[in-house]
Design a protein around this ligand. Structure first.
Ligand code: CP
Ligand code: NVA
Length: 328
């Protein structure tokens, strides 16, 4: 039978997503306390994880390599010039060959169809390390970060106990948002998105995000606007990402113009009336245009713990999909 892959958060039930986040938290605490069980540190002994990255990366590369090392395995980094893929060899041939010698493929690609294609032909689990459509490892880390910052939200029933929180996303509707929003819906967290006209959520993505509510007792609600203040109202967490994702460099000027007025600043948060005690998140890398230093480097900012949590998200995903073969 074919292995279970992690392509996007929409692949996961609310319980499965919860258990990935909870396991990340458990592993983080144990390792930090010097209590890493041998079952953790030897779970990938003698195993190789292939990392096929066709785009730059700091966090995803470092967290994945460090996580594989922590589990006792060998991370094999293959940048875009390190394999025959794309130049000399097809996706199908590459996928069959690499998966015949390794225990997992972690892939960062452009079009989502590339990572989906790898998965289709791979005999081992494939984990999406960012495609043009999704960034599931980021979302696991982001929910660990929210879980840590809001440990006892009122009205929580199950899952991560985050029901009733509100996330405001101000900026581009991109890969990071699509998985974050899907997780919000599943976890009962409301998410309000403010993007300029023409940069909103594409219809097929909106359908995917809202369909995450199916079977969820009290799903989070997705709302969309072009007015940042409206999205920010009563938000517990303000989130953004770059306005120019990898691959969009040629649109830089057009995008900088379109996003004028969307920079997250103290002034904007005040005008929008975010909740007192609101926090700021960003997957990084960050540019000053989307968020001012006064917030990015303030005590409200969770960006560095959020980045560190990528390590624990990677540990949890590798345990879930490779060690436990997708039985989450
Ligand atoms: N957040 C994130 O994925 O960062 P990198 O592009 O540096 O991996
Ligand atoms: N949206 C960004 C995320 C980088 C981690 C990009 O795709 O480049």
């Amino acid at each position: 039978s074919s292995p279970r892959h992690l392509m996007s958060i929409s692949d996961l039930t609310p319980n499965e997503f919860t258990s990935l986040v909870r396991n990340a938290a458990t592993r983080k605490q144990a390792v930090k306390a010097g209590r890493a069980p041998t079952s953790l540190t030897t779970s990938l002994t003698s195993k190789t994880v292939a990392m096929m990255f066709s785009k730059r990366s700091t966090r995803t590369r470092v967290s994945t390599e460090a996580a594989v090392t922590m589990l006792g395995g060998h991370p094999m980094f293959l940048g875009k010039d390190d394999s025959q893929l794309g130049v000399n060899e097809s996706l199908y041939d590459t996928s069959v060959v690499i998966s015949s010698m390794t225990s997992c493929v972690v892939a960062r690609v452009g079009p989502h169809s590339s990572v989906a294609g790898l998965a289709k032909h791979s005999s081992v689990p494939v984990i999406n390390a960012l495609s043009d459509d999704f960034h599931p490892l980021q979302t696991i880390a982001d929910f660990l970060t929210i879980h840590e910052a809001f440990p006892s939200s009122k009205g929580s029933r199950s899952g991560l106990g985050l029901n009733g929180l509100k996330v405001a996303w101000v900026g581009d509707s991109n890969n990071v948002l699509f998985d974050l929003a899907t997780a919000c819906v599943k976890m009962g967290v409301d998410i309000s998105v403010a993007s300029p006209k023409g940069y909103g959520i594409p219809e097929h993505m909106r359908q995917l995000i809202t369909s995450a509510a199916k079977g969820v007792g009290s799903p989070g609600k997705l709302s969309e606007t072009t007015v940042p203040e409206d999205a920010i109202k009563d938000a517990d967490v303000l989130v953004t990402d770059t306005w120019i994702s990898m691959g969009q460099e040629s649109e830089k000027k057009k995008r900088l113009d379109a996003f004028a007025g969307y920079q997250i600043t103290d002034e904007l948060a005040k005008r929008g009336a975010a909740k007192e005690g609101w926090k700021f998140m960003h997957c990084l890398p960050r540019h000053a245009e989307e968020v001012a230093d006064e917030i990015f480097y303030s005590p409200r900012s969770l960006v560095f713990p959020e980045a560190e949590n990528r390590l624990w998200a990677a540990v949890s995903a590798l345990e879930g999909f490779v060690v436990n073969k997708g039985q989450l």
